[in-house]
Design a binder for this molecule. Structure first.
Ligand code: GLA
Length: 387
């Protein structure tokens, strides 16, 4: 986020609250390169941060009042009492920032209020973690202003708690950690069991490639039932196999595990996706670390097939992006994020950006789908102070 954006958000803050903000912070959305639905199975993920960010201008208050405003809302700030914040009490956009305040207080941090103005360039409902960006930017601002001394991964945990308990969406830890901890020019190899991290250099432009994000404009929502059903199915699979989480089923033992699940066909499919997906993340890491970047293309395609056929969370629009992009010469493509709509990623040679983009747009028009939005994703910085 450039200084110009920080300046605009600061100006709006002054208009709304009649004083300078104490600071301006930014936190990005993300795309996930590989490792889908593995995060609530204690597994591996590999997201990177987008240049799109949520930006917050924030000042402390000492009277127990939290005022929240978003650039998307014409009305004035929403005013809440921090002592009254309670899970399930808020069904509007304000649940994300107020949930973070609630989670910090629940964790024992003394917060006495804040004035907040938020603006975001992360497309919402596109599977690009616009909610996590909102949570993380507020958490980081309060961490700095109240000198809480929390690390990125700790803020991510608190943001996940806000979303699980306060908002009521049973999401994993990937998006918040990506927003808080990613680094420019890198993908984040994250072990979601202990949150250990490795920054993997990921500079496609230097190797003559690009990664496109195609937003199908099919909206998704995680508080609705399907995400939770997959999560519950995975937990049932772990219980049936006698492990803490599906992460504990080694790839080499997959066939034996599937046999033990007998005629639990639905659970077998979920288990197969998670176990093979963890192996795909490890494969992508070793390909990238050995400089064999083009070879990740087929692994992305395998991942998509597994999400479509075993985990069953794709949709016709996402499948059309993948099939069309591959037919037009892409190196690899897959849906990214929670599924049931949202975005796909497409790995292409730089020279193929234009023909692949055109092919996808034409295929969507021919199918009668909404025109997709396509942009190039450059691995960008994680959450930071911006002014
Ligand atoms: C959503 C959730 C994440 C993760 C992905 C799927 O983005 O917020 O925790 O489960 O779906 O990989």
């Amino acid at each position: 986020m450039g200084e110009a954006v920080a300046e605009t958000v600061g100006e709006r803050f002054r208009e709304l609250y009649g004083a300078e903000p104490e600071g301006v912070w930014a936190a990005p959305g993300r795309v996930n390169l590989i490792g889908e639905h593995t995060d609530y199975n204690d597994g591996f993920v590999m997201p990177f941060a987008l240049p799109h960010t949520a930006v917050a201008a924030v000042s402390r208050r000492d009277d127990g009042i939290l005022r929240l405003h978003s650039a998307d809302i014409a009305a004035g700030p929403v005013e809440l009492r921090v002592a009254d914040l309670a899970p399930g009490s808020d069904k509007a956009w304000t649940a994300y920032p107020s949930g973070v305040v609630w989670a910090l207080r629940e964790a024992g941090h003394e917060l006495t209020g804040a004035d907040v103005h938020l603006a975001s360039t992360v497309p919402s409902g596109a599977g690009l973690s616009s909610s996590a960006a909102l949570e993380v930017v507020v958490a980081l601002a309060l961490n700095d202003l109240y000198s809480l001394g929390l690390r990125g991964w700790q803020l991510a945990r608190l943001c996940q708690r806000a979303e699980n308990v306060y908002v009521g969406a049973p999401v994993g830890i990937m998006d918040q950690t990506a927003s808080a901890c990613c680094e420019a020019g890198h993908a984040l190899f994250l072990d979601t069991r202990d949150l250990s991290q490795r920054q993997i250099p990921f500079d496609l432009a230097a190797e003559g490639m690009r990664l496109l994000v195609v937003d199908t404009r099919v909206k998704h929502s995680h508080s609705e039932g399907e995400y939770g059903k997959r999560r519950a199915g995975c937990e049932k699979g772990a219980a049936l196999l006698g492990v803490d989480a599906l992460r504990d089923v080694p790839y080499a033992d997959l066939d034996a595990a599937l046999e033990r699940l007998g005629d639990e066909e639905e659970i077998r499919r979920l288990v197969r996706h998670i176990v093979t997906e963890n192996e795909r993340v490890e494969r992508v890491v070793s390909l990238l670390e050995s400089g064999d970047t083009r070879a990740i293309g087929p692994v992305l395609v395998e991942g998509h097939a597994s999400l479509r056929d075993d985990f069953r969370i794709s949709c016709p629009e996402l499948d059309l992006v993948v099939d069309t992009a591959l037919a037009a010469g892409a190196l690899g493509a897959r849906m990214t994020g929670g599924g049931f709509g949202g975005s796909a990623i497409v790995l292409v040679e730089a020279a193929d950006v234009e023909p692949v983009t055109r092919a996808v747009r034409d295929a969507f028009a021919a199918a009668g789908f909404k025109t997709p939005r396509t942009f190039e994703a450059v691995p960008s910085a994680g959450a930071r102070r911006a002014g």
